[in-house]
Write a protein that binds this ligand. Structure first.
Ligand code: HEC
Ligand code: HEC
Ligand code: HEC
Length: 361
């Protein structure tokens, strides 16, 4: 990726979107900011880093000079838009002149180089452009794959790996619950405060005090969704084969391969060796005329792998013995709570609206 091109394009887009928005409209992702505050923020950030780079700052103590040289925030929107252009141009000039390896101050102790600022500013401009589109009520325009992947690394390594003073983590919602059955499929949600500061207690109709007294209280954690240890299990061979086909591990070019693989996976075998052998002979027999021998070999090994990771004859574990709580296609999963029938006293329920979890159409 060309980071200078991205910083330039994203900053322009932010300014263009915000210049058309009502200056007082609120930024949903930074609720304390208006459209005009957001425009000033990026302007200010670009002036600041342009100043850090041009003054070759190495020590935090020298930042006062950078701060003092920045212009004041103008009242007029047009003046603000002009400053934004100037600030971005100054930053880009500095970044174009300097090498990543050159030493330079940053607020992140492990990386005191120009490269840090170049990376940080790529993602910061992209992120604030998204803020701007949300503020203007516009759809979010796409982010290039390499920028998105780099931003995830940056978020994990830098933004969450090392928290600046005064920053805090907010967990979206702390869920405390009592399961009223042994398989943790039915819940009473204990009072817990969500991110809106509301404290709610959700229960399904007919939850009795006796059932609650018998259940154990628990804070929701990874295992309540990720109930398959290590790898993801598939409760049905159909779903396992669908996923393998979607991932390109079983080629749809082999006629009826889905039907054959599902049938072979469903059959009973005395042990794993017998199953793997039967899958091999079975798929070869029904695809004797397969033109694409490489696709056949890959389909055989992928189907054997599905068997090996889902069926364990000696443990008496087979398809459907364990539920998959990560979705809701083969068991209730998320719908154990997001079913619209866990209702709080004020009548609200844990959302079962598809859009809560599925963004796209
Ligand atoms: C509310 C349910 C829920 C909770 C709680 C939860 N996850 Fe997940 N997690 C998911 C879903 C859904 C996916 C996407 C699954 C998929 O596409 O295969 C996922 C995906 C992941 C992945 C990526 C897996 C992959 O194969 O790409 C990791 C890693 C992960 N979660 C770790 C965790 C950890 C660690 C915790 C606890 C701190 C946690 N999760 C808590 C629902 C949850
Ligand atoms: C043990 C009960 C329980 C299970 C199981 C559960 N959730 Fe939730 N979930 C909750 C509660 C409670 C809330 C918070 C509702 C509120 O704000 O009062 C919540 C909130 C959410 C939100 C935020 C909704 C919003 O409007 O901000 C998302 C997204 C979500 N859950 C996804 C999932 C997914 C995906 C799964 C399945 C992999 C899942 N949940 C399984 C109880 C559960
Ligand atoms: C509480 C969160 C949540 C809600 C609400 C929700 N879904 Fe899902 N849905 C998920 C998760 C998580 C998955 C599994 C993703 C995965 O397997 O990687 C999923 C998977 C799916 C799948 C694919 C099933 C498969 O075979 O793997 C479909 C289709 C689907 N959802 C449709 C819907 C529809 C329609 C609604 C509304 C009625 C809905 N979902 C509501 C979280 C949710």
């Amino acid at each position: 990726m060309d980071r200078l091109v991205i910083i330039d394009a994203e900053s322009r887009r932010l300014a263009e979107v915000l210049s058309a928005a009502e200056p007082a409209s609120r930024c949903p992702t930074c609720p304390d900011w208006s459209a005009s505050d957001l425009l000033w923020h990026l302007t200010n950030v670009h002036y600041f880093w342009a100043g850090v780079l041009s003054r070759r700052i190495r020590d935090e103590a020298d930042l006062a000079a950078v701060e003092a040289a920045k212009p004041d925030r103008p009242d007029e929107q047009t003046a603000l838009l002009g400053l934004r252009e100037e600030a971005t141009a100054a930053l880009l000039r500095q970044l174009a002149e300097r090498e990543d390896a050159e030493p330079c101050w940053s607020w992140w102790p492990p990386d005191q180089t120009v490269g840090f600022t170049r990376r940080m500013q790529t993602y910061e401009a992209t992120m604030h452009r998204v803020d701007a589109e949300l503020t203007a009520g516009l759809p979010i325009s796409p982010i290039a794959g390499d920028v998105a992947a780099g931003a995830v690394d940056h978020a994990v390594d830098v933004m969450w790996g090392w928290m600046p003073d005064g920053a805090t983590h907010h967990s979206g919602a702390l869920v405390e619950f009592i399961a009223t059955d042994a398989d943790r499929q039915t819940f009473f949600i204990e009072p817990a405060t969500n991110e809106k500061g509301e404290t709610k207690e959700y229960a399904v109709e007919g939850t009795t005090p006796e059932a609650l007294a018998a259940g154990a209280s628990r804070t929701m954690d990874c295992i309540d969704c990720h109930n398959g240890a290590a790898h993801r299990i598939s409760p049905t061979p159909e779903q396992a084969v669908n996923r393998a086909m979607a991932a390109g591990r079983i080629s749809p070019s082999l006629p009826f391969v889905r039907r054959d693989a599902v049938q072979l996976l469903k059959a009973d075998y005395p042990d794993e060796a017998a199953a793997l052998a039967a899958i091999d002979t079975g798929l070869r027999a029904s695809h004797q005329t397969a033109a694409d021998q490489a696709a056949l070999a890959q389909a055989i090994s992928a189907t054997q792998q599905l068997y090996r990771t889902n069926v364990f004859p000696t443990m008496k574990v087979t398809w459907g013995v364990y539920l998959d709580n990560l979705g809701h296609a083969t068991s209730n999963g998320c719908f154990r709570c997001h079913d619209g029938s866990h209702v709080a006293r004020d009548g609200s329920s844990i959302s079962a609206d598809c859009a809560t979890c599925h963004d796209g159409p």
